[in-house]
Design a protein around this ligand. Structure first.
Ligand code: UDX
Ligand code: UDX
Length: 465
């Protein structure tokens, strides 16, 4: 099939950047991104490109170039589903919060809703591509819904037909544009060779064909889950070692470097920190635990559960360490929080370690001044809800300026590895902070020597005293 029109359901962190790249490299294809949330769509259509709903280095330049040409953001699902030759489902897939599998299984309600929209509005032959991370065998659900529409069709002349493919996204936030332009691999699962070929033809506009891997549907779905699980497992592994380094006096960065230089291990994903956040890792591992239990593989489930447990443990131990170091109490003390997003170069705070750590510090009685270069005040407000109650300004304030954040604080806790934190003027900061003052650097990014020289006490993850 000659693909002329692509539709993506879900204008989020995955759908938005991915479609922008397709629009950039396929000027002959019309790319329509639809979303049920009108506010999201109007943000994507903002004149001021610094107000796009997703912050990603390099994204706004592409949106500027393609929007209004072959890249369109709309709430009109009916129209753009009907026009599409190929539809990506890129809606969010949260963990179930109630019922069977609550807290572990993935809630497929949005995927199901999207499949129903497609079955209602699609015309002719349509390729449906699942992009969201999904439990293994979800394509079957999508297929079942679409097949029901085909069977129910009375007008045989206009009969709808569907092919379902799995094409998981491996982009990481903060580097999404580069990951999309230069991926390690593109994975396509399915059994319809022609449909696979049509999707391969889109990617091959900018990616070498050798990098495109095709498998059956289930293997593709499972590979995505396992990729995330392996990445998260490395982080939990190095985080356990950070504690061992602190206890023994070894230096975590040297250990990571030495270990990572073994090509069989590799150097990436060996940075210890406050634990992994983001929308994927926790959800996907929980799902892996759920699936393993479902198939009676209890040891497998336990093994992966430990990766999650270590993640919580690392955050808990940081809070305990901060309280203990500050003479056993932080009640009535003021703490600067540097960084609130789950990693640098994104405004996303989903599952950010900062949320748990800030809440705990507030519970312990501290007053927080929170600074992040990209996260907005309104987002922090949403994240710091206690039992649906907003924590009032008496518990924390939003800081607009990095240096002002240090004014009259007893300690400063670094939670995100923003580049600007690497070269701070510690002499200037030491004058602003109350004495005695501490820096807790959970990402080991600040210049330890400079901090020490300024007379501030410093603790860094993975470094003993
Ligand atoms: C993605 C993936 O799709 C998900 O599987 C992965 O695990 C996390 O990343 P993401 O793009 O980050 O999701 O999610 P989000 O930024 O929340 O965007 C999803 C969008 O889908 C939202 O804008 C939401 O309004 C929209 N949506 C949701 C629909 O348009 N229709 C629905 O029925 C549900
Ligand atoms: C991840 C996967 O990398 C990506 O392939 C998948 O498509 C979606 O999930 P993302 O969550 O956007 O991407 O970011 P990632 O760079 O993987 O970081 C996840 C978390 O791990 C962050 O909180 C980050 O700070 C943390 N991390 C990462 C570490 O603590 N140490 C590391 O060495 C790397």
């Amino acid at each position: 099939m000659n693909i002329k029109s692509v539709c993506c359901i879900g204008a989020g962190y995955v759908g938005g950047p991915t479609m922008a790249i397709i629009a950039k490299y396929c000027p002959d294809i019309q790319v329509n991104v639809v979303d049920i949330n009108p506010e999201r769509i109007s943000q994507w259509n903002e004149r001021d490109l610094s107000d796009l709903p997703v912050y990603e280095p390099g994204l706004k330049e592409i949106v500027e170039k393609c929007r209004g040409k072959n890249l369109n953001f709309s709430t009109n699902m009916e129209k753009y589903i009907a026009e599409a030759d190929l539809i990506f489902i890129s809606v969010n897939t949260p963990t179930k919060t109630r019922g069977i599998g609550s807290g572990q299984a993935i809630d497929l309600k949005y995927v199901e809703a999207s499949s129903r929209e497609i079955s209602n509005y699609a015309r002719g032959h349509t390729i449906v591509v699942e992009k969201s991370t999904l439990p293994v065998k979800t394509a079957q659900t999508i297929k079942a819904i679409l097949d029901a529409a085909v069977k129910g069709e009375k007008n045989l002349e206009k009969k709808k037909t569907f092919s379902v493919l799995s094409n998981p996204e491996f982009l990481a936030e903060g580097t999404a544009i580069n990951d999309l332009e230069n991926p390690d691999r593109v994975l396509i699962g399915g059994d319809d060779k022609e449909a696979i070929n049509d999707l391969v033809n889109i990617y091959s506009r900018w990616i070498e064909k050798e990098k495109v891997l095709t498998t059956d549907l289930w293997s593709s779905e499972l590979s995505k889950l396992i990729s995330n699980a392996f990445l998260a497992q490395r982080i939990s592994s190095i985080n356990t070692i950070s504690a061992l380094c602190e206890a023994t006096g070894a230096k975590i960065k040297d250990v990571s470097l030495a270990v990572g230089m073994d090509r069989r291990i590799g150097k990436y994903f060996l940075n210890s920190g406050p634990g992994f956040g983001g929308s994927c890792f926790k959800k996907d591992i929980s799902n892996l635990v759920y699936i393993s239990n479902h198939y009676g593989l209890f040891e497998v489930a336990e093994y992966w559960q430990k990766v999650l447990d270590i993640n919580y443990w690392q955050q808990r131990r940081f809070v305990e360490l901060i309280v203990k170091t500050m003479f056993g109490t932080i009640s009535s003390k003021t703490i600067a929080i540097l960084g609130f997003s789950f990693k640098a170069n994104t405004n996303d705070t989903r599952e950010s370690p900062a949320i748990y750590i800030c809440r705990k510090l507030i519970e312990e009685g501290a007053f927080l001044k929170i600074y992040d270069p990209k996260v907005k005040y309104s987002q922090m407000q949403k994240d710091l809800l206690f039992n649906d109650q907003r924590i009032g300004e008496e518990k924390w304030v939003y800081s607009n300026s990095i240096y002002e954040t240090f004014e009259n604080v007893d300690s400063a806790v670094f939670l995100t590895e923003w580049e600007e934190f690497e070269s701070l003027n510690w002499q200037e900061i030491s004058i602003k902070m109350r004495q005695p003052s501490w820096v807790f650097d959970t990402r080991s990014i600040v210049n330890m020597e400079e901090v020490k020289k300024s007379g501030i006490n410093i603790w860094q993850v993975g470094y003993g005293n």
